[in-house]
Design a binder for this molecule. Sequence first.
Ligand code: NAD
Length: 243
Amino acid sequence: MRPKNIVILTGAGISAESGIQTFRDKGGLWEKYRLEDVATPQAFRKNPAFVLDFYNKRKKDLLKVEPNAAHFALARLEKEYPGKVLLVTQNVDDLHERAGSKNLIHMHGELLKVRCEHCGAIFREEGDIFVDNPCPSCGKSGGLRPHVVWFGETPLFLEKIYSALNECDLFVAIGTSGTVYPAAGFVVVARKAGAYCVELNLEPSAMADYFHEHHYGPATKIVPTFVEKLLQTKISFDTEKSP
Ligand code: NAD
């Protein structure tokens, strides 16, 4: 039977072949920076200029790269699938929307957006931001920060996500290590709700045992293949099958 409600969770692995490093890349970005120095509210309070500089550089990197075949395949699925497809991404890049996805939740925020801590305004800003920039909405300086969820902060839209997980009959996790919560636990919620769960990743994630089905390989290969099969209903959804 064709699933009616699909929820797809994506992580850094789906953008890796576009040239955005994951946390796990050897010799990559996250070996040069410590998470605690750039991705926590404490780091921002201690050294806002350093944190803003880090995100200004990430924005420049993002504007140089393009969506890949995996992003495009998911946009095609949303457009052509005769049921609901919700994409929940942990990624702060905008590659899903550039590929054409519309029903998309950025649970960890968006790199190309800035938020004012004084008035709460959120706006798109592709250029650099600095500590003394005034907010275009309230005019106060010193409150602008990247609109990204840092470690220790609560992810966005959780109510909407859990409600979709509880209603879905197919849950797919793509390019995520299954180590950052609450996203890592989504498979448990979806499975409890009766969904068939599929993992697409380069290697087994920390949550691999919770999935009914697994496909391992680069996202640009395995995601388009999976989407094609899904559109042709060539996948059997046996939730009784032990993983
Ligand atoms: P992660 O770095 O912990 O894990 C990435 C996963 O992707 C790994 O399991 C790895 O095996 C897999 N992977 C690597 N290359 C792949 C490929 N070509 N095809 C398929 N899979 C591949 O990332 P995560 O699970 O998303 O969680 C960590 C946090 O990283 C998230 O909060 C996210 O916001 C943040 N992050 C985001 C970006 C981005 O926006 N593009 C980049 C780096 C980190």
